[in-house]
Write a protein that binds this ligand. Structure first.
Ligand code: FES
Length: 78
């Protein structure tokens, strides 16, 4: 199991889970469009960029391509 923080939630998921799946597990979405619409992963394979979030301080990470890691910090909206 891996423990990470998504926004203000401390969660535990199975090792190997993608960050996008961990976000979905807690009912979250990944980003807000320029028109204010909530977005969520679409392709799951790194093409659409709808799954972007800030991970460990790095903005615009494609969370569908990123496996969870212990003590990871994910910010879904800024
Ligand atoms: S879900 Fe499409 S790039 Fe991540």
């Amino acid at each position: 199991m891996v423990q990470l923080r998504i926004d203000d939630m401390q969660i535990e998921v199975i090792a190997g889970t993608s960050v996008a799946a961990a976000i979905a597990h807690v009912g979250g979405t990944t980003r807000t469009s320029c028109t204010g619409m909530r977005r969520a992963p679409l392709c799951g394979m790194g093409v659409c960029f709808e799954c972007r979030a800030t991970v460990n301080g790095v903005a615009q990470e494609r969370t569908c391509l990123l496996p969870v890691a212990d003590a990871m910090e994910v910010r879904t909206h800024g």
